[in-house]
Design a protein around this ligand. Structure first.
Ligand SMILES: [Zn+2]
Length: 189
């Protein structure tokens, strides 16, 4: 599997600098917001408005980005067979962690993913420990992406393991599972 996505995007001029701005797919502008500051910002918003609000905020951000990704995904599909792989790699490059999808069951509308290598969640853990609320924002982001890009309708990720809470060495997010299936997933993943 081809994983050197950054190099490939640069070679194909899909990741460039224009007018001193980082531009992906020739038109999407990206900023580099420090992960630790992002964790602080999310914590502040969560303290003021609650975790459900953070989820919704993440969902809106994810839905907006997903629209742009769908529009531009054809630009990278040649190099990466399978949109799941492309989405996983793209999320990692732009600082949204590495989703390790364990179950993607489109027929029964279920998805189980571990989340690792997430710069903001890791900084949230270092700054706020088990009180960190960063995961709620990114559960929202991921829910929007799998709904728009992977066809899991009404996706709403719930968290069952968390590096911040110390209940796992990764975060475990699931959507569409029954209680029994969730219990099994927690043992297995
Ligand atoms: Zn977590």
């Amino acid at each position: 599997m081809y994983t050197d996505i950054v190099k490939d995007l640069i070679l194909r001029r899909l990741l460039t600098v224009q007018n001193n701005r980082i531009v992906l797919f020739r038109k999407l502008q990206y900023t580099m917001y420090p992960a630790r500051a992002m964790a602080r910002t999310l914590q502040h918003i969560g303290n003021e408005n609650g975790e459900e609000y953070l989820f919704k905020l993440g969902y809106e951000a994810g839905a907006d980005a997903a629209e742009e990704m769908i529009e531009n995904m054809h630009l990278i599909q040649k190099a990466f067979p399978g949109k799941l792989t492309a989405i996983q790699l793209l999320l990692e490059i732009i600082g949204f962690g590495k989703p390790l999808v364990k179950v993607y069951d489109i027929k029964h509308q279920k998805l189980i993913t571990q989340v690792v290598n997430h710069p903001v969640i890791e900084n949230g853990k270092n700054l706020f420990g088990e009180k960190s609320m960063a995961c709620s924002f990114y559960r929202g982001v991921y829910s929007a992406h799998v709904q728009r890009e992977l066809g899991i309708k009404n996706a709403h990720f719930e968290e069952y393991k968390c590096i911040c809470k110390g209940t796992g060495d990764h975060c475990l997010w699931v959507t569409g599972l029954t209680k029994k299936e969730t219990a099994e997933a927690m043992k297995k993943y």
